[in-house]
Design a protein around this ligand. Structure first.
Ligand code: PEP
Ligand code: MG
Length: 326
């Protein structure tokens, strides 16, 4: 198998019936970068910038942030990289951050974009570091835990101000800045039109989206097998997101753990995703699956499964049967 994955590394990520799917990787530290070449990923679909903050003993200085971002872009060469602004708070605690508060439900608490809009110094420093590091190149940035579209507009305002500030001081700016949002809070499902027109791209955070849709703690060992993302309710949600993206002509990708397992990656392709981001070790197995996959047949099968009345809660067995038959 390892041999097969190595052989397919340079092969295009195209299905048996010619459908191309971008296979990107998730990363967060400089040590992940060699995986870009080793895995054959088409780029970095999620760079978790908070990891640099989590492994440090104090807040990383602006220069250290800029250096990391520049190293990432240099390593990626012409491949696209999507940086996610810091997603701290919740379970991602920074012991040295004195502003943190104890909350009964930290996953639902003061975290990610909520925290950085309230403490704009974080976001301003990070955006300045990103803008400088990406001088002369494209910069792709996305915001975590967006709950309402207004949060994106406020962040966009702050970014525009940083761009103006840097250009006043004659800094070398990115040739293009693309701003995206993570879709991981269910409230965005009822603002899909506004969301799609407010951003350049959307990335589904299926780990959190599933946690919040099913009211199931993503870290609970007792519940880890209880509800299945490969079930009609969740897959219908994902399909609706892909359709809203297509309607608005806004690119949609997904960067949760689902994308790392070949069977769930197959389901994602079946509901219409043409770009997914996963752990680097999953690229080989997912590509091997994709190259055998008849996407048109899968789509017919998935449509049938999702429309079937009284559908069983999990479609895992049905999807296994499709995979085995093809
Ligand atoms: C997600 O929620 O699916 C996601 C990709 O972000 P994280 O796992 O870092 O919360
Ligand atoms: Mg998340």
């Amino acid at each position: 198998r390892q041999e097969l994955y190595r052989e397919t590394r340079g092969e295009p990520s195209v299905s048996r019936d010619g459908v191309s799917v971008d296979l990107l990787m998730n990363a967060g530290l400089a040590v992940d970068l060699p995986q870009l070449a080793e895995s054959g990923a088409a780029g970095i679909g999620l760079f978790r910038t908070e990891l640099q903050f989590m492994v440090a003993a104090t807040f990383p200085r602006a220069e250290a942030q800029e250096r990391l971002y520049r190293d990432v872009l240099d390593a990626a060469k012409e491949k696209p990289v999507t940086f996610r602004t810091i997603d701290i708070g919740g379970d991602k605690v920074l012991p040295y951050f004195k502003g943190a508060v104890n909350e009964e439900n930290p996953a639902l608490g003061w975290r990610a974009i909520r925290l950085t809009l309230d403490r704009p110094g974080f976001l301003r420093t990070q955006m300045r570091a990103l803008l400088k590091a990406a001088g002369g190149r494209e910069l792709r940035v996305m915001l975590p835990m967006v709950t309402e579209v207004d949060e994106i507009l406020r962040a966009k305002d702050l970014i525009d101000r940083e761009v103006r500030h840097l250009s006043r001081f004659a800094h070398h700016l990115p040739n293009r800045v693309k701003l995206g949002a993570m879709l991981e809070v269910p409230s965005l499902m009822w603002q899909l039109e506004e969301l799609m027109s407010a951003v350049d791209f959307v990335s589904v955070g299926s780990n959190d989206l599933f946690q919040f849709i099913t009211a199931t703690d993503r870290g609970s060992a007792l519940l880890s097998d209880r509800f299945d993302p490969l079930s009609p309710p969740f897959l219908r949600v994902l399909k609706q997101i892909v359709e809203a993206g297509a309607k608005a002509d806004t690119p949609v990708t997904l960067c949760g753990e689902m994308a790392s397992r070949p069977l769930s990656a197959m389901a994602l392709i079946g509901v219409g995703f043409r770009s997914i981001s996963m752990s680097p070790a999953a690229i080989g197995p997912v590509k091997a699956m994709l190259r055998e996959l008849p996407v048109a047949d899968l789509e017919v099968c998935m449509n049938g499964l999702l429309q079937r009345p009284n559908a069983k809660h999990s479609l895992r067995a049905d999807l296994h049967a499709f995979a085995a038959a093809h």
